[in-house]
Design a protein around this ligand. Sequence first.
Ligand SMILES: Cc1cc2nc3c(=O)[nH]c(=O)nc-3n(C[C@H](O)[C@H](O)[C@H](O)COP(=O)(O)OP(=O)(O)OC[C@H]3O[C@@H](n4cnc5c(N)ncnc54)[C@H](O)[C@@H]3O)c2cc1C
Length: 461
Amino acid sequence: VALEPALLEIERALPSGSVIVDRDLCASYAGDESDVAPHLPDAVVRARSAADVAAVLRAASSHQVFVTPRAAGTGKSGGAIPVRGGIVLALDAFAGIEEIHAGDLVAVSRPGTRTGVLRDAVLAEGLFYAPDPNSLGECTLGGNVAENAGGPSTFRYGSTRDWTLGLEIVTADGTILEIGKRTHKGVTGYDLVALLCGSEGTLGVITRITSKLAPAPERVRTLAIYLGALRDVGPATMAVQATGLARAIELLDDLTLAPLRERGRVQLPVGAQALLLVDLDGEEPAIERATERLAAKLEPLRPIEILVADTAAERERLWSVRREMSRTLRSLVRHKLSEDVVVPRSRLGALLEACRTIAAGHRVHMPSYGHAGDGNLHVNFLWDDPADAPRVKLAGRAVFEEVVRLGGTLTGEHGIGASKIEHLSLEQSAEVIGLQERLKATFDPKGVLNPGKMFPARHAC
Ligand SMILES: Cc1cc2nc3c(=O)[nH]c(=O)nc-3n(C[C@H](O)[C@H](O)[C@H](O)COP(=O)(O)OP(=O)(O)OC[C@H]3O[C@@H](n4cnc5c(N)ncnc54)[C@H](O)[C@@H]3O)c2cc1C
């Protein structure tokens, strides 16, 4: 009932063709890359400016219609799925880099800009934007800020929050606000930018992003270190970390390597039980010295093979294994659930062992890969028969309990979304959850923005 007057107002304010109600067209906005069941939106509105976003939110707010922001839909926790229906606010066409300022070391972009596009554009000017989610060819800067996305180089350079200086946002009632700054330094007021980073589209819609840049490192070298035993992962990771030049330390375990080997996607050395994919960056002589020192330190572990790549093409060839991983595993079975738990680095070995025990106990296939340098493991659950779902659920819960016991956190980069709400209280007290819900109510008193995400819903339209 409320939807129709809201859509009429939106149609009047936005360029024609911006509102989509055709069910077939709406269907492509129903799901994302998570295992959360797709949900058909009642309408999709494609925004191309902050004024468009403000008009949508003003109308939705005054008629109490739910709005779910969506960018590329690569999210892995159901964040962009309109689980309560209403409008999907599509931001993928609201793209473009407005400015790259080499002197100030900042870039200003619109939210639908693809992460890889910004990285390539600044690199062409000798500059560096560090966040590098493995989906960087598809995902957007707005989606990255909303999820506080990480990536392999988070190990050395931090996640999206560490590279975001200022934002333009539109709050649930349609007010356009500038928060944060354009300078690398500044402490005026509360850090609202940090709060918006990782807010999963629940506090405001991001319409412009001022990102921090740095000079590009002189040289990057990729090493593929194939280990003969899973237990060597811990000591090998420490040895890589000790070089002081590691930008990324990524792990693929034996269960993850097996399908790659079987499908002939990559040539894997015989006997390899784990792969550490490492990026070193810095000045040329330092990288040479670090590589030699690292090889000597790894010698007692007798790695099966160490491959070295220096050119962009060779490096990409080694990295393509990692980038393809998620989709290769998904192609094996009908159902794949991927969690992204984090434990203190020193406890990664304990988590890997615990996952093996849980997998055996619940009879679930659980390959793991992830950002070993950050203790951030993507634990996957693969199954074909829908009747196995309850066992997978129990195995997942057991992993979360173990992670919290080891001093870790439920999600390193994918967010709570719709998929992990039921586990939140394992990690956070009722008081902490309550405080965040009050913050949400301050930003969005009517509960219009992205309902059914992060917290059990308290406010209903
Ligand atoms: C193969 C693959 C590899 C991946 N690797 C990584 C990885 O290495 N690291 C990582 O962190 N993630 C990774 N992801 C997950 C995903 O790519 C990230 O979460 C990404 O940040 C989502 O961006 P998106 O543009 O697709 O956003 P969407 O999926 O469209 O949306 C994600 C969330 O952001 C909100 N949102 C989107 N745009 C806005 C906006 N402008 N304002 C407010 N809220 C908004 C949505 O409501 C939703 O809650 C991977 C996904 C895939 C499929």
